[in-house]
Design a protein around this ligand. Structure first.
Ligand code: ADP
Ligand code: MG
Length: 238
C-alpha cells in the first residue's frame, strides 16, 4: 500500500448547472496524492460533471477547485493539464484509425521523447508492443483501454481521472485494468475512478464517494461502503 499524501484535488462546495438546470449541489471531494478514489453512483448522478469541473472543461456556479493546494477556479483546462491533471473520458479518447504507435506518438507532451513514452507503455502493457502497427479501432475493448491509459500516462500525470473505464468489458479484463490502476497509484499518481457499478472498483480503491441526484451521499473509506449506502443511492431512496 502506498503512503497517501497531501491533497491533490479539492472540490469545495461545488454547484454546477447546464443552462438553468442545476445538477451538482454543494459537492465536496478531496483526492490525496497516491490515492485511488472510487466515484460511484447511478446514471445521471453527476459523476461525469464532477470530472468536467475537476478538469476545467466546465465552470462551477459555486465553489472552488484546488489543485495541489492552489486555487484554480476559473483557470483554463490547458493550465490544469499543464499541472498534471489528465482525464480519460468515457469512450476512451483514442484515435481508431491510427495505429497503436501513432496513438502513443500523438500523446507526446512535456518534451517526453516518443521513444520513452513507447518504452513505458510497452513495459506496462506488453500486448501493445505486439500490436504496435495495428489500427487502434481493431483492438479488443480491454486493449483499447490499455492504450488510453498508456496515452494518459504519457503526460506524466499527477491526477488521472478515468470515466467508466469498465464499460462493456468482461469482468476479468476489468480486474486486470484495475490492477494496473493500483500499480499506477503506487507510483504516486492520484487516481479518480468513476464507475456506475461499484463492486469491483471498491476492491482497489482507498476511498470512495457515492453520489446520487447531484449530491454526495457517502464519503469515506472504500471498505466502509456498505449495501445500505449503495442501494439507497442506486434505488433512488433519498
Ligand atoms: N451536456 C449536458 N446538457 C444538459 N444536461 C446534461 C448534460 N450532461 C449531463 N447532463 C445532465 O446532468 C445530470 C448529471 O449528468 P452526468 O454528470 O453525466 O451524470 P453521470 O456521469 O453520473 O451519469 C444528468 O441529469 C444529465 O442528464
Ligand atoms: Mg457519466
Amino acid at each position: 500500500m502506498s503512503a497517501i499524501g497531501e491533497p491533490i484535488l479539492e472540490l469545495k462546495n461545488i454547484s454546477a448547472s447546464y443552462d438553468a438546470i442545476s445538477v451538482l449541489h454543494d459537492v465536496n471531494i478531496t483526492v490525496r496524492r497516491g490515492e485511488v478514489m472510487a466515484l460511484l453512483g447511478p446514471n445521471g448522478a453527476g459523476k461525469s460533471t464532477v470530472l468536467k469541473i475537476a478538469s476545467a472543461l466546465m465552470r462551477p456556479t459555486q465553489g472552488s477547485v484546488h489543485i495541489a493546494g492552489h486555487d484554480l477556479t476559473g483557470a483554463a483546462a490547458s493550465e490544469l493539464a499543464r499541472l498534471g491533471v489528465c482525464t480519460i473520458p468515457e469512450g476512451r479518447g483514442i484515435f481508431p484509425n491510427l495505429t497503436v504507435r501513432e496513438n502513443l506518438e500523438m500523446a507526446a507532451r512535456k518534451g517526453l521523447a516518443v521513444s520513452v513514452i513507447q518504452e513505458r507503455a510497452f513495459a506496462r502493457f506488453p500486448i501493445l508492443a505486439e500490436r504496435r502497427t495495428q489500427l487502434a479501432g481493431t483492438l479488443s475493448g480491454g486493449q483499447q483501454q490499455m492504450l488510453s491509459l498508456a496515452r494518459g500516462l504519457a503526460t506524466d500525470p499527477v491526477l488521472l481521472m478515468l470515466d467508466e473505464m469498465s464499460m462493456g468489458l468482461a469482468p476479468i479484463v476489468v480486474a486486470d485494468l484495475y490492477e494496473q490502476v493500483q500499480a499506477i497509484a503506487a507510483e504516486g499518481v492520484s487516481v479518480l475512478v468513476i464507475e456506475q457499478f461499484a463492486r469491483t472498483v471498491l476492491g482497489i480503491a482507498d476511498t470512495a464517494v457515492v453520489m446520487s441526484h447531484g449530491h454526495v451521499r457517502f464519503s469515506g473509506n472504500a471498505s466502509d461502503v456498505d449495501e445500505a449506502t449503495l442501494s439507497s443511492a442506486y434505488l433512488g431512496t433519498k
